[in-house]
Design a protein around this ligand. Sequence first.
Ligand SMILES: [Fe+2]
Length: 389
Amino acid sequence: MRGIPVKSFKHHYSHAAAGYYTSGMTDALIVVLDAIGEFDTGSVWVGEGEQIKLVEKMKYPFSFGLFYSAFTDLLGLKANEEEYIMMGMAAYGDSKRYWKKVNSYFPWVGKQKYNFHQGITDWDEPIDEQAKFDIAAAVQAVYEQRLWDIMCSYKVETGKENLVFMGGCALNSKANTMLWKIFKNVWIMPNPGDAGSALGAAAALYGKHLDWQGPYLGHDLGGEYPVDKIVNALIVDKIAPVASGRAEYGPRALGNRSILADPRDPDIKDKVNLIKKRELFRPFAPVVMEEHASEWFDMSYASPYMQYTPRCLKPELIPSVVHADGTSRVQTVNAKQHPGLYEVLSRWYTLTGVPVLLNTSLNIKGQPILNDELDVEAWRQHYKREIIK
Ligand SMILES: [Fe+2]
């Protein structure tokens, strides 16, 4: 627009700024890994005070993201969109069967020369159904090994104990879990991919830390969080679709555009899947009261944005939110973060002795999470089900 000054920032710097300036940290290693942005595929920075300084860039064709996306394509899934499905498939496969072969495509940081942009064009074995799961498992294992390698090496190089991790690769919640074994503190902004880079560019221009209050930044449907109605629906129906207050910023539904359900019922997964019509192997996530998280999951950190998958410690009690490999993509909640959702969980805990609910996004299959009143009405018409408001 005429008269309005325009300033632009590099793709990876926008990722780094989105992460660091929302982190609350004033001394951190910042690692950005994605498929590609301009010709950068990864970048490493240090944040000190309000300054972000570049340490190193990784250049195309070397790319963590393109490696993962090329194999997503090989399995017949949509690259740059359905990587999360391959991540879910990995739990059903034997990573050893194809490890050597997959590892040869991505042998070591800096040594990878394969150009993944064309996909995997030289795979020379038939891929039956089980092979798909085994390849997914091998890709995930190789990705995790390389991620472990670079995170450890940059920690040593920079001497930083705190990590800010950004870029589309930071959506790999299974791999993210290991970061807590390397660093004292980890921050992944809840919208770490390119969708969060508008915030990053604004933060880069501002050049200072933002007052990050949480992810409920979207369209406001208004109203008080309907605690009584949700608890009643959970008791009567075991399932409570909720749309209330501000929509979540980022790809996860964290209580305001969610389907909440009873995680103790082993059949609830099928019932929710009937509503959502998704692949049956895909796991559902739990939301847990923060102070009980370490009793139910192998974790000693908070996970307010569903970014990590610790092992479930009581899978027999909450079977519907445990994946095939015994892990769960946990959301922790405390009273400050979301008073209404915390109150729902408290009451559920009093009633059942279980401080956990299933939490999945409220969306029509293949479409984004519900945002405004029109979306809510479209969902209601589509599924012939009421939404609690
Ligand atoms: Fe990116």
